[in-house]
Design a protein around this ligand. Structure first.
Ligand code: NAG
Ligand code: NAG
Ligand code: NAG
Ligand code: NAG
Ligand code: NAG
Ligand code: NAG
Ligand code: NAG
Ligand code: NAG
Length: 588
């Protein structure tokens, strides 16, 4: 166990104030698919608001680290960043269930760790991708006392889904609305869980508001349309429009890679996108009802004072922003800045917490709640109180992506390349491999990215919240742009060095990346690193760079992997350790 000492101390204090509980708390985790945070999505979910958001905490600065389903779930369930779990795609050879199994994660991940901690575990809905009607039991999913897992190619067919219960035979739900089916199944497992002595963790992962579609396993054809909704919600949001914000249908000044060349959307496409987003909101209504039913069942059972409820999504979504077709897989806030709401014992009610958190932190959070072992994870438990949140020093989110970008909707119809390269590609954007670094401090909010083409992006969200000016696109033109009073190039040097650490970090170096640059804890944030005293040091660091664009994590394509730590501080650190030992002796 090696969380940051502050988090340990604070969680210790929090525990000391709590009366002893008869058993570890239960955990319910509702995980939607592709739910955006930037188009008012949860404002249209009144039951979620009433039963979770207003009774708990909003984590306003929560991010995913890989903006696509299966890799984001791998991040959640392994507690490791994508470069450490290497499940980087939705399908083989770089991702999907076969890669999960091959790399041993089916035998070493959160549900098993929760069982080791004494929990009964349940799962309803979409778990990975590419777990399909052919391979679903080869081997069976491990780690659950009860499971109802969605199977490809039916996962995204809202009225034609197929699920496997507890490793049995697949059952078709043709004609039934899948979110409602999942609600029933979740309520059933909840009854089972509540009847047992042991604490439980249950994840319910509906596919809404993901696009409706199918992946034909054998032909590679992948077709996605607007999500389908329950008939009872068809009348809703008829007048809704996607907010016409600064990035709406706007080109990026200095856009990179394929995004730099997108044509403006015409009126008929915009109309189509508005309707698409209405369908997404309608599809979320059944999730809203699901949340209400689950919370009601917990309240009836009288277990709310010992149950945490988490609500989040795997990744965000864009639709018209930056002229993008419906989809995700980008590093913009639309895609990575996502909802996280938590309700439970000790969690402040109806409050927004400011700490910077990511999906990498959720496995550690669940394990801390359970008192379980920590298994070499890359994150740390999220703050659970206003005080802990206030003291959180984390500023960075490491973002990664490998592969292609897949536009959804009728303008993005396509055939996926098969592993043997046989199918045509229509409208797939290639070379969508990049590293990103989202950094939020007291007075700064930045997104820095290096692409496999070695193009660079930098957005200053304090003045450009919709990310439409790439400051790294022309360092002459933007040379006078400052962050904390320091010029652009100095800022980029720091961000690049931090990204160098974060892109290959492991465990403690993911939690405390500045420590790799400044051993001894002298620099803990961008502000301190921007001191002119370090200008020479940062100018000389190896730079993040790719030698080619690959579809997966091939170390050979990803250039330098480590920074040169600041030597003077390394020596000073040894001296400080010695003094620390002496003062301990003095006190004993
Ligand atoms: C990740 O997995 C792919 C596909 O199995 C493999 O080619 C690659 O070498 C792996 N990367 C690392 C860093 O292990
Ligand atoms: C749940 O699974 C764990 C691990 O296999 C087992 O120890 C526990 O007894 C199971 N709980 C129930 C209620 O069967
Ligand atoms: C949803 O996908 C299924 C399977 O491809 C298809 O039959 C159905 O027509 C789609 N629905 C819509 C609204 O496009
Ligand atoms: C609008 O754009 C779409 C997608 O490029 C195209 O198919 C359509 O023909 C265009 N409509 C008009 C009226 O130009
Ligand atoms: C939650 O906070 C909001 C905004 O501060 C307020 O309008 C609302 O009434 C509060 N709700 C509850 C249940 O306290
Ligand atoms: C940057 O600032 C200097 C000094 O104020 C000024 O001379 C120069 O024109 C500015 N450059 C740009 C690109 O605005
Ligand atoms: C960069 O900006 C400068 C100053 O605005 C301009 O003269 C130059 O043409 C720009 N370079 C490119 C490649 O756009
Ligand atoms: C993708 O990047 C490779 C270099 O790694 C380049 O050869 C290729 O032309 C690029 N493809 C596209 C569509 O830009």
């Amino acid at each position: 166990m090696k969380w940051s000492s502050a988090a340990l101390l604070l969680s210790g204090l929090a525990l000391a104030h709590k009366p002893p509980t008869p058993k570890q708390p239960n955990i319910l985790f509702v995980l939607t698919d592709d739910q955006d945070n930037h188009m008012g999505g949860v404002d249209f979910m009144p039951r979620l608001r009433e039963s979770i958001i207003e009774k708990g905490a909003t984590y306003d600065k929560h991010f995913c680290t890989v903006a696509i389903c299966c890799p984001s779930r791998a991040n959640l369930w392994t507690g490791r960043m994508a470069h450490n779990n290497n499940v980087t795609d939705v399908a083989p050879p770089y991702g999907g269930y076969p890669q999960v199994v091959k790399l041993g994660w089916n035998d070493n991940y959160l549900p098993l760790w929760m069982q080791d901690a004494g929990y009964n575990t349940y799962y309803v809905g979409k778990l990975w991708n590419y777990q399909n009607v052919d391979n679903y039991n080869d081997p069976p999913v491990r780690g659950f006392n009860g499971s109802e897992i969605s199977l490809d190619p039916y996962t995204y067919q809202y009225y034609n889904s197929m699920m496997v219960r507890n490793g049995g035979d697949p059952v078709s739900y043709a004609g039934q609305y899948i979110t409602d089916v999942m609600t029933d199944k979740a309520l059933g497992f909840l009854d089972e869980a509540l009847a047992e002595e042991r604490p439980w963790m249950m994840t319910v992962a509906p596919v809404a508001p993901h696009s409706n579609g199918t992946r034909e396993i054998h032909s590679g054809v992948f077709w996605q349309s607007q999500p389908e909704y329950a008939a009872r919600h068809a009348h809703m949001f008829k007048d809704y429009q996607i907010p016409r914000e600064a990035s709406f249908n706007a080109a990026i000044d200095g856009g990179v890679s394929w995004i730099g060349n997108l044509a403006p959307l015409n009126e008929s496409v915009i109309e189509y996108h508005d309707e698409y987003q209405r369908c997404r909101l309608r599809s979320l209504q059944a999730v809203d009802e699901m949340v209400e039913s689950l919370v009601a069942r917990l309240e009836e059972a009288g277990v709310m004072d010992n149950t945490y409820i988490f609500y989040s999504t795997d990744n965000g979504y864009h639709i018209s922003q930056h002229r993008l077709a419906p989809g995700k897989e980008c590093g913009f806030d639309t895609d990575i800045h996502i909802p996280l709401y938590v309700r439970g014992p000790g969690i402040p009610e109806n409050q927004t917490l400011d700490a910077v958190t990511s999906h990498t932190d959720l496995a550690p959070t669940f394990l801390q709640i359970a008192g379980g072992a920590t298994h070499g994870l890359d994150g740390k438990p999220i703050p659970m109180t206003v005080e802990e949140s206030y003291r959180s020093k984390t500023e960075h989110i490491g973002v990664e992506y490998w592969g292609v970008n897949l536009p959804e909707g009728i303008h993005g119809y396509r055939k996926l390349p098969l592993p043997d390269g046989s199918a045509h590609n229509i409208n797939v954007y290639h070379n969508n491999t990049y590293k990103g670094l989202r950094l939020i401090g007291d007075t700064y909010s930045l997104y820095y990215s290096v692409w496999c083409s070695n193009e660079v992006e930098l957005y200053d969200l304090t003045v450009d919240p919709y990310q439409i000016t790439n400051l790294a696109s022309n360092r002459t033109r933007f040379a006078n742009h400052t962050v904390v009073g320091r010029p652009l190039q100095q800022v980029i040097n720091r961000l690049d060095a931090l990204m160098m650490v974060v892109k290959s970090c492991k465990e403690e170096s993911c939690r405390q990346p500045w420590e790799e640059l400044h051993p001894g804890g002298f620099v803990e944030n961008l502000r301190a690193a921007l001191s002119p005293a370090y200008d020479g040091f940062y100018a000389q660091q190896p730079k993040v760079a790719f030698s080619s664009c690959e579809l997966g994590y091939l170390v050979s394509a990803e250039g330098a992997m480590a920074v040169d730590p600041y030597e003077r501080e390394k020596k000073y650190k040894l001296g400080r350790r010695f003094e620390y030992g002496e003062s301990l002796a003095f006190f004993s």
